[in-house]
Write a protein that binds this ligand. Structure first.
Ligand code: MLT
Length: 408
């Protein structure tokens, strides 16, 4: 029989959101008369913005003509989308990112998981705790960690995010090669100001570490003093890769489109000690293992950079942020310590007892699905996350139902 990858044996239970879905299915099977309100996984609920739909339709029609039909496209993305991203996401904010440094893909989940493939197997990783589970689990799968004990994998440098540090981690106190950062943060909703990011960039440059910066929620930032991209920080081109997504701003979780920025200055060390371009390596990986995002999807994504599309995306993110504010205000009124909800669509709430117990309680007593903090790491214990991706009606009903649990 084929031998399997032994590192998978180190993984804990199932992927967090699969475990939640399993518990929810079990609850629904036994409670067919109850309507659940889902505030667990950060999945969007509102229809696609009209400009993206129109561009999507037009591109499908174009593909139905002899002149407009396209087969395989460029693996890295069509120039029209790469150029629009470089201009609108970066140029407009004073960041110097060229179109050919943008790699269009089908999701930040995949990109943040796949990127570690271009680094050495014995790379030391620094990972925030709590964290989006994909960063950690994919390094476990790749054999970059030891065994799991007491809520942590051996060999990983954990960056604790706690109420004491406002859920923004301190710099590692030992050398590391790869640093995962995510702001606005999933799961906590915490944000990093310019001064904190400057510290991280300075640390990475001095120590030769590489930052993997996940900015999938950048469009939810409402405080204009906060950086939306790591490249707003001087020197970041020499030490950071950035992941961005159309999932949450344009409602593309089911459509699938994202991008990763790999500046040409970024270098690693090859086996012979000589510098290797990370841009070239990622390009090699991307072109070998990926055949590009569908043309109509890329046209739909590019539509968010038209004046109409950009107004629609602003309205869509405002819609979710209104929910986020309502949730945060009510939780605060109920005396709950929480963060997020002001520049991120997630609210991270301190709860008594174990977070999976609180998850079960909220499910059973309120019929509301949250995400238990422990699923994001040891420091997530004693917290739950609520997602603001929902309708205002559901948010109001959820607040009514949750009040006795949170305020009680
Ligand atoms: C979440 O709920 O954390 C997100 O939906 C995960 C994701 O974007 O893959």
């Amino acid at each position: 029989m084929i031998r399997t990858n032994s590192h998978y044996g180190k993984l804990q239970a199932s992927y967090l959101f699969s475990e939640i879905a399993k518990r929810v299915r079990a609850f629904e099977a036994g409670n067919t008369d109850r309507r659940l309100i889902r505030m667990g996984i950060g999945d969007v609920t509102e229809p696609l913005p009209p400009s993206t739909r129109a561009a999507f339709h037009a591109a499908v029609d174009e593909m139905g003509t002899r002149g407009g039909f396209r087969g395989y496209g460029p693996e890295q993305g069509y120039p029209f989308l790469r150029e629009a991203i470089a201009a609108h996401e970066y140029g407009a904010r004073g960041c110097n990112i060229a179109a050919d440094e943008v790699f269009v893909s089908d999701g930040s989940k995949c990109d943040s998981a796949n990127i570690q493939e271009i680094f050495a197997a014995d790379t030391t990783i620094a990972i925030p705790d709590p964290v989006y589970p994909v960063y950690l689990d994919t390094n476990v799968m790749a054999g970059r960690t030891g065994a799991y004990a007491n809520g942590r994998y051996d060999g990983v440098v954990y960056l604790d995010c706690t109420p004491e540090n406002g859920y923004v981690p301190a710099l590692p106190d030992q050398p590391v090669d790869l640093i995962y950062l995510c702001f606005p943060n999933n799961p906590t909703g915490a944000v990093a100001d310019r001064a904190s990011l400057e510290k991280w960039v300075a640390f990475a440059r001095e120590s030769g570490a590489l930052i993997l910066y996940d900015a999938a929620y950048a469009a939810f930032i409402r405080d204009d003093s906060l950086p939306r991209s790591i490249y707003e920080i001087e020197g970041a081109r020499e030490c950071a890769i950035e992941f961005r997504s159309f999932s949450k701003n344009a409602g593309f979780t089911g459509v699938r489109c994202a991008f990763t920025v790999v500046p040409k200055e970024l270098q690693g060390t090859g086996p012979d000690g000589k510098p290797v371009s990370l841009h070239a390596l990622w390009n090699r990986r991307h072109t070998t293992k990926f055949n590009g995002v569908a043309y109509p999807v890329q046209r739909a994504a590019a539509a968010i950079y038209t004046p109409e599309g950009s107004a629609e995306v602003k309205a869509l993110t405002d819609f979710y942020m209104k929910n986020a504010r309502r949730l945060r205000e009510s939780l605060t009124q109920w005396g709950r310590a929480c963060v997020g909800g002001d520049n991120a669509p997630y609210i991270w709430i301190q709860v008594e007892g174990r977070s999976w117990d609180f998850f079960d309680r909220l499910l059973n007593e309120a019929g509301v699905v949250c995400t238990p903090g422990a699923g994001f790491g040891k420091c997530g214990e004693g917290h739950v996350r609520l997602s603001a991706f929902n309708s205002p009606e559901n948010v109001e009903e959820a607040l009514e139902r949750m009040a006795p649990v949170f305020a009680g």
